[in-house]
Design a protein. Structure first.
Length: 92
């Protein structure tokens, strides 16, 4: 894989950038993508570029990001039995 997306450091840098975006836009929006990118970077680094073609790498990134997002959502999501209490109406 000779293109720039095949480099392990590009995936790690993308993951770190997405983690910074998560701080700016909290709510676990970018965190799953960040974890997926870092893990793909580690996989590419350990495999020595033998992961495959770009579509395969992007598929691995998508699956890992989805799994990471689901795990994060399960761990840090809304608690069971938690009820939102509205103190005021928006029209008052």
């Amino acid at each position: 894989m000779a293109d720039w997306l095949g480099q392990w450091w590009v995936w790690i840098a993308l993951g770190l950038a997405l983690m910074i975006f998560e701080v700016v836009a909290p709510g676990f929006i970018f965190l799953g993508f960040a974890v997926g990118a870092v893990v793909v970077g580690l996989i590419v680094a350990m495999s020595g570029g033998l992961v495959g073609t770009l579509p395969v790498t992007l598929l691995i990134f998508a699956v890992l990001s989805l799994v990471a997002w689901l795990v994060i959502r399960k761990l840090a999501g809304e608690r069971k039995g938690q009820v939102k209490v509205w103190d005021s109406d928006i029209n008052e």
